[in-house]
Design a protein. Structure first.
Length: 151
């Protein structure tokens, strides 16, 4: 089992507990909004904001944490993460915030303690890069967007 170490930011509401997997088969652990003033955030349609979680992470070398939207918020309210999946690198130690965007038609209120995103711990492979004179041929070749079918 991979262990991700966590600390609380000063003033964070610790009553929500640490991120948790809400079902036995869940791939992502839920993150909660943790506003220092225990308030809320009104996210107007089309707006985006950084929502604090009150946490900092220490991710083991060789892993990353990916931040992803929660499907229910996306379907019902248009709440998404515009850089999804957001990547948190193993060497980052700053505050864990979630960039949230309202792609819906109405304002959405992010409440203190609300589950706003999920985080997935994933292995990382770092590649080496080599400059060559040419690339091997494939059936697709240099066909771009939509070259393998509709859209």
């Amino acid at each position: 089992m991979v262990v991700v170490k966590l600390t609380w930011d000063a003033g964070a509401d610790q009553s929500f507990g640490l991120p948790s997997y809400e079902s036995t088969g869940a791939a992502g652990a839920d993150l909660r909004a943790n506003f220092p003033d225990r308030g809320e955030l009104v996210l107007e349609a089309g707006a985006r904001a950084l929502v604090p979680t009150g946490l900092r992470l220490e991710i083991p070398t060789g892993y990353e944490v990916q931040l992803r939207p929660r499907s229910g918020l996306a379907l019902k309210h248009g709440i998404t993460l515009p850089n999804s999946p957001g990547t948190i690198d193993a060497d980052y130690r700053g505050p864990l915030g979630v960039i949230v965007m309202n792609a819906g038609a109405e304002a959405f209120v992010v409440k203190h303690g609300e589950r706003i995103a999920q985080m997935v711990v994933a292995p990382v492979v770092q590649a080496s890069f080599q400059l060559v004179d040419g690339l091997s041929d494939t059936a697709r070749g240099d066909g771009g967007f939509g070259s393998t079918g509709r859209g």
